[in-house]
Design a protein around this ligand. Structure first.
Ligand SMILES: C[S@@+](CC[C@H](N)C(=O)[O-])C[C@H]1O[C@@H](n2cnc3c(N)ncnc32)[C@H](O)[C@@H]1O
Length: 218
């Protein structure tokens, strides 16, 4: 997916992926990771997700990364927060206390940028990317995040022949192939959420599995 695609989606407010509530898998499973209060959490491809605010509200330091400046500005506006804005390398950095969103390309993030991250939260980041970019995304996560880093991955699996992405279908085999060498991967739950998703029901799908994984960097 080219950068222009996402910039255009944000410019036109075509953000069907955005959730009006905190993700229920996050609030259910995050506490089981046992991360120390104050730990820093990387949220790649974060959009303007309310999950950023939830993590910050739980006492974590948050590092979101998002291409679209509109998403970043909307996030702070909607949270009624006034961020300090600076530049750091290729990123524009928006920060309020220990909640920071870097506006720019996730692939420009270095190991030094995330050396103190102990947590990872991916909801709709891996599945936002087409096949070759998913390979690159997973390799980059593994390359930059330190050993012991723990987190959640929320992805979707459905019959990709019935509709194109994003969101792209990512099955269990692919998750383990992409991450299994460098991460311990454990499936936490995999409910079928087709009935609650009209857009997918209309495409004649017979299954829409939401898969939630616990990850731990080896
Ligand atoms: C499907 S949305 C998910 C957003 C968020 N995780 C959520 O749950 O609402 C994917 C987001 O990734 C952003 N994005 C895509 N490619 C990116 C990249 N290379 N670096 C940073 N952000 C990117 C898009 O602008 C978009 O906001």
């Amino acid at each position: 997916m080219h950068e222009d695609f996402w910039q255009a989606r944000w410019a036109r407010d075509e953000i069907g992926f955005h959730q009006a509530q905190v993700n229920p898998y996050l609030s259910r499973h995050w506490p089981t990771l046992g991360l120390a209060p104050g730990s820093r959490v990387l949220v790649p491809l974060c959009g303007k997700s309310l999950d950023l605010a939830w993590l910050a509200g739980q006492g974590f330091a948050v590092l979101g990364v998002e291409l679209a400046e509109k998403a970043v500005r909307d996030f702070f506006d909607e949270q009624r927060l006034i961020p300090q804005v600076d530049s750091q390398g290729v990123f524009r950095v928006y920060r309020v206390g220990s909640l920071e969103i870097r506006c720019g390309d996730f692939f420009a993030l270095s190991a030094a940028d995330v050396a103190d991250c102990r947590g990872l939260y991916d909801r709709a980041a891996l599945i936002a990317l087409p096949t070759e970019m998913r390979e690159r995304y997973a390799a980059h996560l593994s390359a930059i995040l330190p050993s012991g880093c723990r987190g959640l991955l929320v992805c979707l699996d459905y019959d990709q022949t019935r509709m194109g992405g994003p969101p792209f279908a990512v099955d269990d085999h692919e998750v383990r192939r992409l991450l299994g060498t460098d991460w311990q991967v454990r499936l936490l739950e995999a409910p079928d959420v087709l009935r609650e998703n009209w857009k997918f029901l209309q495409r004649g799908l017979d299954r829409l599995e939401e898969r939630v994984y616990r990850l731990e960097r080896r």
